[in-house]
Design a protein around this ligand. Structure first.
Ligand code: DAH
Length: 345
């Protein structure tokens, strides 16, 4: 067979091929080491020198043509297979899709952000303080000396001797801000942050919780300024018809001190189990900054006055979102997180 005849025969065989396996067999028959075309190479050595060159060139041409024919057939078969696959696998776009699970905003953060937004619009700075704190800031500068019974209420995690502790309140940030401000006025700051106490965890206690501290220092600050500010925060969080009231209380670092209540958003004063039938819910401690605290932190109490408040963030979130166990905030149960999603407002 001459080269033309070989190609002709190959062409005929390729025509009959219907799939890739058959095509592979043809390729082996013609182009593998011992295949019809490759074995022609052995003739080369027996040829006279003058013929060797043109024989070799023709042989290469034959190989190229044969490979091209086979590869063209291969791509023809592959295209056909792909088209068949695409036709058979048409996608039904009317089928419901799988929902991709996504995170939801943490509701404690949402409460904090709402308070931050409001107070920042009134000129407050949002500041930060260390969670590992010195006794001096957490207690002493706040008018709670060593051995004072007021310390007992804040069962503290001490880290080193009686000097380094996990802060039991965000109030130390008041002292830090005043000392860092070096006498600058006015001071308007809020500090949301984690706090820790050696409480046994139950539905209303957690050894880790969050407070939102606020401090204002200026001239002639009075309890009515505090009341106005507290009123705005309460309305922002619980709606415009939310009323507020102060009750006398006692904190070492404020004088006078108050407990701040909001009217019950659930029963509007009728009495229900959220407000324990009183119509009022306590949400924060607050008061007028004690002269000793101002003095300790470099402000002359004869010139400067201030108010301070401390909210329990979980308490606000529990009330707002109807959560009845504080431990929910610190569990990793995704079902709980999804519940927050539904209650999201
Ligand atoms: N630090 C107080 C506590 O943890 C809450 C508090 C009360 C903060 C009165 C204040 C305040 O700033 O003026 O119980």
């Amino acid at each position: 067979m001459n080269n033309e005849e070989i190609l002709k025969e190959l062409e005929e065989k390729i025509k009959k091929v219907t799939n890739l396996n058959e095509l592979n067999d043809v390729k082996i028959e013609y182009l593998s080491k011992k295949g019809i075309i490759s074995s022609l190479t052995s003739k080369l050595s027996s040829l006279p020198v003058e013929e060797k060159k043109s024989f070799g060139a023709k042989l290469n041409e034959l190989k190229d043509k044969a490979s091209t024919m086979i590869e063209e057939k291969r791509s023809e078969i592959e295209t056909k297979l792909l088209n068949e696959k695409l036709n058979n696998e048409s996608i039904d776009i009317t089928l419901p899709s799988t929902k991709i699970a996504s995170g939801v905003p943490n509701i404690l953060e949402k409460i904090v952000e709402e308070v931050e937004d409001l107070l920042m619009s009134m000129g407050y700075d949002v500041v930060d303080g260390p969670e590992i704190e010195e006794d001096k800031f957490n207690f002493e500068l706040l008018n709670i000396p060593k051995g004072h019974p007021a310390r007992d209420a804040q069962d503290t995690f001490y880290i080193k001797d009686e000097e380094i502790l996990l802060r039991s309140q965000t109030s130390p940030v008041q002292a830090r801000t005043m000392l860092e401000g070096k006498g600058e006025v006015p001071i308007r700051m809020i500090c949301p942050g984690k706090t820790y106490r050696r409480d046994d965890d139950d539905a209303t206690h957690s050894h880790q919780f969050m407070q939102i501290e606020g401090l204002l220092v200026d001239k002639n600050v009075s309890l009515s300024d505090l009341k106005g500010t507290f009123d705005l925060i309460a309305k922002r969080l619980f709606g415009d018809d939310c009323k507020t009231r102060f009750r006398p209380s006692y904190y070492q670092f404020t004088e006078p001190s108050v407990e701040t209540d909001i009217s019950c958003f659930n029963c509007h004063g009728q009495g229900c189990n959220i407000c324990k039938n009183t119509g009022w819910i306590t949400v924060a401690g607050a008061g007028i900054v004690h002269p000793n605290v101002l003095r300790n932190c470099g402000y002359d109490p004869n010139v400067w006055t201030g108010f301070a408040f401390g909210f329990g963030a979980e308490r606000l979130a529990m009330l707002k979102y109807g959560i009845n166990d504080i431990r929910t905030f610190y569990s990793t149960d995704l079902r709980e997180v999804k519940t927050f999603d539904r209650k999201d407002m």
